[in-house]
Design a protein around this ligand. Structure first.
Ligand SMILES: Nc1ncnc2c1ncn2[C@@H]1O[C@H](COP(=O)(O)OP(=O)(O)O)[C@@H](O)[C@H]1O
Ligand SMILES: [Mg+2]
Length: 357
């Protein structure tokens, strides 16, 4: 097991700062995910750890050992790519054995280690097959086995599931996570898929334009986003800006258009605040139903209903050009609306306020 210390690392391509002064500690045995939109520098940061990209500035350590000055083959990392990078002219056995042959491991040992690696990824018995005889999911398992067979200290995965269909992607998430847990290997996983990151990771670093926007556990990233960018990138949200109009204890009243919201903040009257309210934390009240104690209410007009099976998405018109998105698992808006009028309720403590004090 190995902790990874990334210390003020930068990597530029000409004038593009692909990775811009990133510092990060990945813990021993942690499943750590780099998440962000395309072009934010995830692959470049992963490649600096593997040794496929040089640093413009900074240092990287595995435990106490500085590794950014070592060539890739001496860093003891295994890397899995989006496009599998399987050799088409070698059998499954041949592909998995490749790294061991390159390291001059004795033939008898190779056989045993290849068999063990294939078993780990549930491909025992597939050794004689050729790559063109395998499905996408099986090819990606071969790629993972080829990595694991050299017993790397650190596993690096760059969007390994992006080429798989949706159902297989969900299955492979759990499989990769289980494998990582059973081997207790430190893993850095790159993805642009929020759900993938939330479901697999011990911690997530959200990246934007080469920098870290927030590093935290999945629940904290989702429920307490540090910036408006993180709030919007991690699923759907209502990002609203208004002016403080008063307070009740530690709950601030914020005027937005023709309505007043409530949120925890210490900002003073007249200050401008931006805040995030997740659609699924808002509930529509039945006619005559009282809101739970401490909740805030908003009168609105039902503007749009989108039925998505398990989930129904609603858009409420709050007047003055303000729209509020609501998501509900089980709602019959018709029964809640009187001539299109509804009452929405939310717990002010579920609102995240940015800036202010
Ligand atoms: N070899 C390269 N030469 C020039 N620019 C590059 C190279 N690799 C990456 N970049 C640029 O660096 C930025 C980050 O790219 P990348 O790390 O691939 O992002 P991500 O993996 O998050 O999509 C992008 O602007 C990209 O165009
Ligand atoms: Mg990439």
């Amino acid at each position: 097991m190995t902790a990874i210390s990334i210390d003020h690392v930068s990597r530029s391509f000409g004038t593009v700062r692909a990775v811009d002064d990133v510092s990060l500690e990945v813990r021993d045995g942690e499943f750590f995910t780099l998440l962000g939109p395309s072009g934010c520098g995830k692959t470049t940061l992963l490649r600096t750890i593997a040794g496929f990209a040089d640093l413009t500035a900074g240092q990287i350590r595995f435990g106490e050992r500085r590794i950014d000055t070592l060539p890739p083959h001496r860093r003891n990392t295994g890397m899995v790519f989006q496009n599998y990078a399987i050799f088409p002219n070698l059998t499954v056995d041949g592909n998995v054995a490749y790294g061991l042959k390159a390291r001059s491991v004795p033939e008898a040992q190779i056989k045993e280690r290849v068999a063990r690696a294939l078993k780990l990824v549930h491909l025992d018995g597939y050794g004689e097959r050729w790559p063109h005889q395998l499905s996408g999911g099986q090819l990606q398992r071969v790629a993972i086995a080829r990595c694991l067979v050299i017993e790397p200290e650190v596993l690096l995965l760059d969007e390994p599931l992006s080429n798989l269909d949706a159902k297989l992607r969900v299955e492979m998430r759990a499989e990769i996570r289980q494998l990582q847990q059973s081997l207790k290997i430190t893993a850095i996983y790159v993805t642009h898929d929020q759900e993938e990151a939330l479901s697999m990771s011990d911690r997530i670093a959200v990246m934007r334009s080469g920098r870290l926007e927030q590093v935290a556990a999945p629940q904290d990233i989702y429920r307490a986003p540090a910036t408006p960018f993180v709030a919007e990138f991690m699923g759907t949200t209502n990002l609203l800006t208004g002016t403080v109009t008063g307070r009740d204890g530690d709950i601030t009243r914020i005027g937005v258009g023709q309505r007043e919201f409530r949120a925890p903040s210490r900002a003073s009257n007249g200050e401008s605040l931006t805040f995030s309210l997740r659609p699924e934390t808002v509930r529509l009240l039945a006619p005559g139903e009282a809101a739970p104690a401490g909740w805030a209410t908003l009168h609105a007009t039902l503007a749009r209903v989108e039925f998505l099976g398990a989930l129904t998405r609603l858009e409420l018109d709050l007047g003055g050009g303000t729209t509020l998105r609501v998501a509900s698992l089980d709602v019959l808006p018709g029964a809640l609306a009187t001539r299109g009028c509804v009452v929405a309720a939310y717990d002010p403590r579920r609102v995240t306020v940015f800036g202010g004090r």
